[in-house]
Design a protein around this ligand. Structure first.
Ligand code: C2E
Ligand code: MG
Ligand code: MG
Ligand code: MG
Length: 292
């Protein structure tokens, strides 16, 4: 993390930077309101599917902000300032609570699909996080293994001990861990020797270039092999074409997510989609059995 510069800065007055930080302060004040008063912050949900059967293997929760003046905002428009503010804890609890609420609804419909929530690395510095998550799981009556926490491994080295402690407590509770954007961090492989995880998510940048970059294809193939060797699930992100889907299946990748299958969708649509995916996956299996 970039530390905020103190008063010692001798940089010339920069009005664009000043305006930008004023705007960030305004945004953070508006976020405080959004978190307190109404439902401006909503989850978009995107299923990942089994490449062999089409069955849903999980659903990722992606935050959206329906801002009264600024319109629909994506995470890239506001996540960074939130991560650097003292509102991160409240924001993280808000997202987890919403996501578990959605997952609790599926359980009532007999769908046992796990929900994945993205966590900012900095929220893992809060030692109260595991107890808060345990409480939220109890409140929503969602079994811990139905929650997958997606983390990126770009964390400050000096903070590793706290983060390892928080992550291993979460995992001992039965919560699952996924490494997001795998291959893009600077320490992915070291991370795997420190923290036991359940899933690797192959970054979209490699999936996009797979067809015309032998390097990208090799990285995808190696990540899939690594996951198999370590007994982890592997999910390819950002699959947009049938060619990519086929290439991934050929490399042994078992699960994928992307616009080719589904765009992120509102919470009130996801239940029906999961139900029909499951039903058609079941009939695929029956058909395969009948053919075999
Ligand atoms: P991510 O976790 O790697 O999520 C994947 C991003 O790729 C999402 O963007 C998703 O909408 C997008 N995506 C999915 N399939 C495709 C595809 O086929 N093509 C393309 N071009 N894009 C695809 P989104 O929703 O804008 O989120 C961006 C990032 O923001 C996420 O990356 C995640 O790191 C972060 N984020 C999202 N929600 C949360 C949250 O609740 N908390 C925190 N801390 N971070 C979040
Ligand atoms: Mg993610
Ligand atoms: Mg990702
Ligand atoms: Mg990504």
């Amino acid at each position: 993390y970039q530390a905020k510069e103190g008063g010692g800065s001798v940089a010339a007055y920069d009005s664009t930077r000043d305006a930008a930080s004023t705007d960030q302060l305004a945004l953070l004040a508006e976020l405080r309101e959004a978190l307190e008063v109404d439902d401006q912050l909503v989850l978009a949900l995107q299923p990942a599917v089994d490449l062999a059967t089409g069955a849903p293997t999980g659903v990722e929760a992606l935050i959206r902000w329906q801002h009264p003046r600024r319109g629909w905002l994506n995470p890239i428009d506001f996540i960074r300032p939130v991560e650097n503010s003292e509102q991160l804890g409240t924001f993280t609890r808000y997202v987890l609570n919403k996501a578990l609420g959605v997952a609790a609804g599926w359980a009532r419909e007999g769908l046992d699909v796990p929900i994945s929530v993205n966590l900012s690395a900095r929220s893992l510095l809060d030692p109260r996080l595991p107890a808060e998550i345990a409480e939220a799981l109890r409140r929503h009556q969602v079994p811990p293994h139905r929650l997958v926490l997606e983390i990126t491994e770009t964390v400050v080295m000096s903070e590793l001990e706290v983060i390892d402690e928080v992550l291993s407590t979460l995992r001992s509770m039965g919560v699952q861990l996924a490494v997001d954007d795998f291959g893009t961090g600077f320490s992915s492989l070291t991370f795997l020797t420190r923290i036991a995880v359940d899933e690797l998510k192959v970054d979209r940048s490699f999936v996009i270039r797979m067809a015309d970059s032998p390097e990208a294809a090799a990285i995808v193939r190696t990540t899939v092999g690594l996951a198999h060797e370590l007994g982890l699930r592997v999910v390819a992100e950002g699959v947009e074409t049938a060619e990519q889907r086929l290439a991934l299946a050929e490399l042994g990748c078992t699960s994928a997510q992307g616009y080719h299958f589904f765009k992120p969708m509102p919470a009130d649509k996801i239940g029906a989609v999961l139900g029909s995916l499951r039903d058609s996956a079941e009939s695929n299996v029956f058909r395969l059995r009948a053919d075999g």
